[in-house]
Design a protein around this ligand. Sequence first.
Ligand code: TYD
Ligand code: MG
Length: 453
Amino acid sequence: MAKSKTVFFCKECGFESSKWLGQCPGCKEWNTFTEEPVVKKSASSMAVTKGLKRAEPESLSKVLAEDSERKLTGIAEFDRVLGGGIVKGSLVLVGGDPGIGKSTLLLQVCKQLVERDTKVLYISGEESLRQIKMRAERLGTFKGDLLLLAETNLDLISDTITRVMPQVIVIDSIQTMFREEISAAPGSVSQVRETTGALMHIAKGMGITVFIVGHVTKEGVVAGPRVLEHMVDTVLYFEGENTASYRILRAVKNRFGSTNEIGVFEMKNAGLSEVTNPSEYMLQGKPEDEPGSVIAASMEGTRTILVEVQALVCQTNFNMPRRTAAGTDYNRVNLLMAVIEKRLGIQLSFCDAYINVAGGMKINEPALDLAIVLAILSSYKNKALSSKTIAFGEVGLTGEVRAVNLAEQRVADAAKLGYEVCILPYVNKQNLNIKGIQLVGIRNVKELINQLR
Ligand code: TYD
Ligand code: MG
């Protein structure tokens, strides 16, 4: 009896293997391989070869590149993350945990676009038209006309697209879409890849901007958005804590802009609203003059975000001290504690230490080091830092404080928000001339002790 042909895929990154593997050689994740029927290549590549013209090269100087092919959505936080509006004919993946607000965000984008006379087709494979209508009603009245389609068969969808010719389409979500030629279930690696490939041809061929929603799934049978990251032009991740109402939109790949921009939103009753000043938002409810609390100036793309770093250092009651780090890198915190122990001679090995970046932001920037060290010292000594003080700087293994990038902007933005003192690397201070804020240049962590009262 002939065995039916199957192949194994990694759900995380799409790595292909002829046999099952415990650990994926591609992304090093464990237990991510699933078995899927082999995709007949002839069927899948048909669409590509159909109607193919002769391929002629074009000289670079003759290729027209108009930046005017961008369209602003009017949601400033969204436009910035995209690098200045949506690009015609681009394929944008919006990934995120289920329930984080991807459908809401894209429906709001659609609302803005139709108000700007753009023809938008919203294709949902997850919700009925009535459900979309109910959500739309929460977002307020639509001034333009949005076209809706509840369908999951991609061949029918692409037929609709060629008839309707929208300028922008939204696919919610890629894990529900399927093509009949492929025998694997919707959401499997082969389906997700094939449907994205077909959407890519629609985007590039007809100059339609395509937004694809992809759920991030740790467990389960659906393929994650990482499988298609390399196929799309832009990858945005929408993230946030379950406990906090704010959401962060982050670009992890962008062929048309920088990847370190973020957009900050807050989920409210009537959809997502933009947070134009994240620092104020992050510092809400900050304690005044308390030991263990330090404000750090961190950069996210071109914006300074001030966050509060908190540390709680207390005597341990166990053989092994407890250490936790929320919102920043655990290993980095351990390293910084070792630096304090060695360079300042403070015995932290008998202390539990809990580090927290308040507000739920996750920051892995070395510039946060100085604030972490200060917070630990402040909590250990039980002495507060003078209020209206911010700190930033990288700390090296010998305790030296090293320069960080964009120092001028960090200081200027902190001064604008009313901060009076800035503790920063000595090297950075040398090149700065900013009025209205006192600059304290630090060469080594040993000098930090003087800053505590
Ligand atoms: P949704 O966009 O459906 O998430 P996703 O598409 O990423 O799965 O968002 C769902 C959550 O957002 C849901 O828990 C309810 C909440 N929400 C609001 O708080 N206000 C609103 O106006 C809307 C539309 C949703
Ligand atoms: Mg949804």
